[in-house]
Structure formats: structure tokens, C-alpha cells
Ligand binder design. Structure first.
Ligand code: SAM
Length: 223
């Protein structure tokens, strides 16, 4: 098996199960035209996020790492008309691209994009009494994934779900001597989860158009 096969399977399945409509395609094109890095989730991953948001019957969603808003659009489409999604992005230029994409997708009324380093924005969200969230997607600077997880967990409803992306990192997750701070952060996240009585979690390795990686999914216990 190689990357060509992984990409071909992704393409086959995505064409049938997660096809782009005009707004999703326009969002990706706008990201490319603006020179944003192509590090958004794949179409099938976007669809998975949408299914999870829907399965949770989510009203309030929190996202760390907007980029051009591709994953945000997938998730926001599973919200009811009175639902809301707060998405956090450090880069002002990326946030502008995302905001235009939300308007084109006719979702701007339910998406609140906050610009600035997420750890700082969280202080504001805390003051505002944001949450409790039904679903959180962690996909920003990977060194801070454990910090984002810790904050999110304190602001989730019982039965809520937290997904953290890019935790496997080409298999480096298993390497205790990796020396890479992003890998170390994912190892720390797993150690936190193992000791955290408020959640039950698993990690799934994935291959696809985005290569070899994986995500962690944590369910907040009801009591
Ligand atoms: C992997 S991309 C997000 C992709 C997006 N979730 C998607 O799938 O369409 C990560 C994003 O996190 C942003 N980011 C990096 N550091 C951040 C920080 N400290 N606070 C908020 N966002 C940050 C980056 O600018 C980038 O846009």
C-alpha cells in the first residue's frame, strides 16, 4: 500500500459520499488563491466531523484552528438554525478568507470567528461565559493541543465530544524519544486522557489523501 492508493480510495469514496457543492469548492479555491497552506481536513474527514456534530445534536460547537474555514463549513452545516459555532484563528489574513467563505456558504449568521492566539481568546470566552459546548474540534497549533483539550473539557456539556486532529504524526506518536515538541504534546495529551476520569477516549490511525495520521475522540462522561 502506498500514498497513491490511499489518495485514490479517498477520491473514490469522497466523490460518492462527501462531494463538494459550490460553496465548499469555492471555499477551497479561495484558500488556494489567497496562498493559504493546504492543511485543511480532507472531504471525508470534513464529512466525519459533520456526522459527529449531527449525531451529538449539537447546538454549540467550538473549533481551534479555522484556516480558511473548510472544516468549519462542514460542521456548521450540521447545526440547527439557532445553533452557533465559535472558531479560533491566530492569523488575521486567514480569518478574512474564512469570513468571506462563511458568507458565501450562507453560514455567517451562525459562525463567530475570533482572531488572535487561541490561549488569549480563551480568556475572553471565559469572561463571556461561553459554552457549554456539545462538540469541540482541536486543530490549531499542535503544541497546545493538551492546553486546548483541558480548557474545552471544563466547558463541555456531559455527553459532549472532543476531537483532536493530527495526533499520530506519521507514527511518531509511538516514539518516546522523538524530541519533536508537537509529538511530545500528543503523547502528553494521551497521558492526560488516561488519567482523566471525566472522559473516555480512543485514538484512530488514518490514511488517506492527507497521508498517515490519526485523531483522538473523547466522550465526556455523563456523571
Ligand atoms: C490545520 S490548520 C486548521 C485547518 C482547519 N481546521 C480545516 O480543516 O479547514 C491550523 C490553523 O491553526 C491556526 N493557528 C496556529 N496557531 C494558532 C494559535 N495559537 N491560535 C489560534 N489558531 C492558531 C493556523 O493559523 C492555521 O490556520
Amino acid at each position: 500500500m502506498d500514498q497513491t492508493t490511499f489518495s485514490a480510495v479517498d477520491e473514490f469514496a469522497a466523490d460518492l459520499l462527501a462531494p463538494h457543492d459550490e460553496a465548499l469548492q469555492a471555499a477551497l479555491t479561495a484558500c488556494e488563491d489567497a496562498g493559504l497552506p493546504a492543511i485543511q481536513v480532507s472531504p471525508l474527514q470534513g464529512k466525519l466531523l459533520q456526522l459527529l456534530v449531527g449525531l451529538q445534536r449539537s447546538q454549540k460547537v467550538l473549533e481551534f484552528g479555522t484556516l480558511g474555514g473548510y472544516s468549519t463549513i462542514w460542521m456548521a452545516r450540521a447545526l440547527p438554525a439557532d445553533g452557533s459555532l465559535i472558531t479560533l484563528e491566530a492569523d488575521v489574513d486567514y480569518a478574512e478568507v474564512a469570513q468571506r467563505n462563511f458568507e458565501l456558504a450562507e453560514l455567517a449568521d451562525r459562525i463567530d470567528i475570533r482572531t488572535g492566539p487561541a490561549l488569549e481568546t480563551l480568556l475572553t470566552l471565559e469572561e463571556e461565559g461561553a459554552g457549554p459546548f456539545d462538540f469541540t474540534f482541536i486543530d490549531a497549533d499542535k503544541v497546545n493541543s493538551p492546553n486546548y483539550f483541558a480548557w474545552a473539557l471544563d466547558h463541555m456539556r456531559p455527553g459532549g465530544v472532543i476531537v483532536a486532529d493530527n495526533v499520530v504524526r506519521d507514527g511518531a506518536l509511538a516514539d518516546r524519544d522523538s524530541g519533536d515538541e508537537k509529538v511530545e504534546a500528543q503523547r502528553r495529551l494521551h497521558e492526560m486522557l488516561a488519567d482523566e476520569l471525566r472522559v473516555t477516549a480512543t485514538t484512530i490511525q488514518t490514511v488517506g489523501s492527507k497521508g498517515y495520521d490519526g485523531f483522538t475522540i473523547a466522550l465526556v462522561r455523563e456523571a
